[in-house]
Design a protein around this ligand. Structure first.
Ligand code: MN
Length: 734
């Protein structure tokens, strides 16, 4: 190892002095002493060590500490921890050494930083584990993750000196974990710098192309911003508002992302930049009110788009972001996004968490962010969750609207959440999509409708013989895949729809029928559609014969007579009380005199007895039930013989929607509850389960709505059921 030259030693001292200068809030001598001590310890630990670029290693921790204080606004402890962040990993120093010299707080932060510097391996399982590690330390002390972000930012800024294969790996990891984390913590400036740097290494050509375009159009943009701002400034001045108007272009990454996901060109992106009005709040008026005042002033000049107002003042984002966004029609017929923020809001937007602390004070009420961290901690403490599951759960919060997946070669591809394997295929190339027959997700064979999760690695299997199928329209979610498929189908669909019309006409003629609203209602019901074009299309696909057609026409569409189970008692006292003796002795659950025992839950058909309780109710037990046997021997005078009987009632079809967590046996529980409701008959039940969530429809016949409401109430009591609702079955109005 080459010892540091005198020049290099001077450079190190210079950089450290610079750090102290930017940490202007560090004024107490003891703080300065502590930081200086950390620098000396780190400097001697890293002595004569060099980075890949050849420069002294210690310049890296100094730079990280500088980012922490200058760009994020963290305090003394963080600066000290940042200076020491690599000593345990890269030198002979131990965590105990640090604890001895700097105390347990700093040593635990450094320990956390050491633990999370894992290696990114190109296997999803490893990513998940790595990610979990990061979050675990984060739940301990948020400073750990923020310093880690600063560390990563400096590494990304100096990625040039790394070999190309490492560059891609580090950039991939950054895009996958660190940029979303920065976003989640509200560190927007860092997030977009990280993303831009990732793009620079992952897609260098696009990065350069977009960067050049932004530069080319800079002059034009500035002129436009001035033109837009001019009438606003005079009005704001009149109102005596202190403000600054600036117009920053969107980041290269976000422009690229838009071009990719929306499949549009640079010129088609209308919101290439946003205009930002940052004001100095006047005292005595809330910042919220002042935001809306400025909004009102600007909309006196420019017309706003009512569907694009984003009010993050009344309801800040989960990461603390506050601002009022609106899109206005600017000069020359261009849509311009305007962001209105107070100085405080602006600082939070730029610096995130640290700024939050500064304004809110540590003891202030729990912020959204704190709640979020608490949630993470709870998830982490759940011993059952493995790293992968954990990642999934976490990502629900993290990548709310998009997922990142990998090609077989390890390229990162961003897709909207809910994308399927088929969407992925179309993303790769429309020819791949058109000929896809299946996919391998994480080396496992899956269907094209398989929903992708972040971190999945996908390989599409194609066949020359394959042709796109109509059902695919229901599988794909991305605009790109949809439009490609639509074009392919347009012609084919027209032909089949036409065939459907001809086929139906033919059948009607054969059966000597004239098309009328009843026939159509039955057909609509049969195909579960309300759209004529769709109906013909479905008929054209199926081309059922006249017998099938007659069957459809015969089917009763709504109410019907169905069998209900009830119980009849031989006890004349019970019968006399309520019922006409000339009719069957029927007691059903609506008489309130009759309950199903909670110990044995008899169902219709079981051998049962009735136990008359004191208030003249009676309870139905299975004859074999232990309680029934006991009652029979001790209180036989209260036991009556009952039998199940059936009767017919005009019933109505009702539909119940169910949602919940798919735990073992939940369907069984649901059906048990339904069969316990004696005045309800189940017609059909269908459940779908994915990602541990199930959704289902139950069609039941009931007498009236109170039966249905009862059932809904009882279903909602089942553990794991999160939503039960009645769904209207739309009746035809032909
Ligand atoms: Mn480092």
């Amino acid at each position: 190892m080459k010892s540091f030259s005198d020049e290099e030693k001077l450079l190190i001292q210079d950089k450290f002095d610079e750090l102290l200068k930017v940490a202007s809030f560090v004024t107490k001598q003891e703080q300065i002493d502590l930081i200086t001590k950390a620098f000396k310890v780190a400097n001697s630990a890293h002595e004569n060590m060099r980075r890949k670029s050849g420069e002294p290693y210690i310049l890296h921790p100094i730079a990280v500490a500088k980012i922490c204080t200058d760009e994020i606004g963290l305090g003394t402890k963080s600066i000290v921890s940042a200076l020491l962040h690599d000593v345990v990993e890269d030198t002979d120093m131990t965590v105990e050494d640090i604890e001895l010299q700097f105390g347990d707080k700093i040593s635990s932060i450094v320990d956390g930083l050491t633990k999370i510097s894992g290696v990114f391996l190109n296997r999803s399982g490893m990513q998940a584990e790595n990610f979990r590690k990061i979050l675990m330390t984060m739940a301990d002390d948020l400073r750990v993750i923020i310093i880690k972000l600063a560390d990563r930012l400096h590494n990304m800024r100096t990625l040039e000196s790394m070999p190309p294969n490492k560059q891609i790996k580090i950039a991939g990891e950054t895009l996958f974990i660190y940029a979303p984390l920065a976003h989640r913590l509200g560190l927007y400036a860092i997030k977009s710098e990280l993303e831009d740097l990732c793009l620079k290494y992952l897609h260098p050509n696009e990065y350069k192309l977009i960067g050049d375009r932004i530069k080319e159009t800079e002059k034009k943009r500035l002129t436009y911003i001035n033109r837009f701002a001019l009438p606003i400034t005079s009005k704001l001045n009149d109102e005596g508002i202190e403000y600054e108007i600036s117009g920053r272009p969107k980041s290269i990454y976000s422009i690229w992302n838009k071009m990719e996901t929306k499949n549009i060109s640079y010129d088609e992106i209308f919101d290439l930049f946003a205009i930002r009005v940052v004001f100095d709040p006047k005292t005595g008026i809330t910042e919220k009110a002042q935001c809306w005042t400025i909004y009102s002033i600007i909309t006196d000049i420019y017309i706003p788009r009512s569907d694009r107002i984003r009010d993050w003042i009344s309801q800040p984002k989960a990461n603390g972001y506050e601002a009022l966004h609106a899109t206005m029609m600017g000069p020359g017929g261009k849509w311009v996004e305007v962001q209105i923020r107070s100085k405080r809001m602006n600082e939070i937007a730029e610096r995130g968490y640290a700024a939050h602390w500064k304004y809110k004070g540590i003891n202030q009420q729990e912020s959204e962010l704190d709640k979020w961290i608490k949630e993470i901690r709870m998830m982490l403490e759940d011993p059952k969750s493995d790293a992968f599951e954990f990642l999934d759960e976490f990502k629900l919060n993290l990548f709310t609207s998009e997922i990142m997946v990998f090609s077989p070669k390890g390229d990162i591809i961003t897709l909207p959440a809910e994308s399927t394997a088929l969407d992925f295929a179309f993303f790769i190339h429309s020819e791949v999509g058109m000929h896809a027959i299946g996919a391998k997700v994480n080396h496992k064979l899956v269907g094209l409708n398989h929903k992708l999760r972040g971190g999945d690695q996908i390989e599409i299997i194609t066949s020359e013989q394959q042709q796109p199928e109509f059902e695919w329209m229901e599988i794909v979610t991305t605009a790109k895949a949809k439009s490609k498929l639509k074009n392919a189908f347009k012609d084919k669909r027209k032909v089949i729809t036409k065939e459907g019309i001809i086929h139906l006409e033919k059948l009607l003629k054969e059966l000597n029928l004239k098309a009328n609203s009843t026939i159509f209602r039955k057909l609509y019901n049969h195909y579960n559609t309300r759209n004529k074009e769709k109906l013909y299309y479905k008929i054209g696909l199926e081309k059922f014969d006249r017998f099938a057609f007659q069957k459809i026409l015969k089917r009763r569409s709504k109410n019907k007579w169905i069998k209900f189970w009830s119980v009849a008692s031989e006890d004349p006292n019970i019968a006399a009380k309520k019922f006409d003796t000339s009719k069957p002795l029927i007691v059903d659950d609506k008489t309130k005199d009759f309950q199903i025992a909670k110990c044995c839950y008899p169902i219709p058909g079981d051998d049962v007895i009735g136990y008359k309780s004191t208030d003249d109710n009676f309870i139905i037990h299975k004859t074999s039930c232990q309680n029934a046997i006991r009652l029979n021997s001790s209180e036989s005078e209260h036991v009556v013989k009952v039998e199940w009987t059936t009767h017919k009632i005009l019933a109505y079809l009702g539909r119940i929607l169910l949602k919940g967590i798919d735990n073992v046996g939940i369907v069984n529980k649901v059906t048990t509850v339904i069969s316990n409701e004696l005045s309800v008959n189940m017609r059909s039940i269908s459940f779908e389960s994915h990602d541990g969530i199930f959704e289902g429809n139950i069609d039941v016949y009931v007498h009236n709505s109170s039966d249905l409401n009862n059932l809904i109430m009882n279903l909602s009591k089942i553990k794991g059921i999160s939503e039960v609702a009645r769904q209207e079955i739309i009746e035809d109005t032909f």
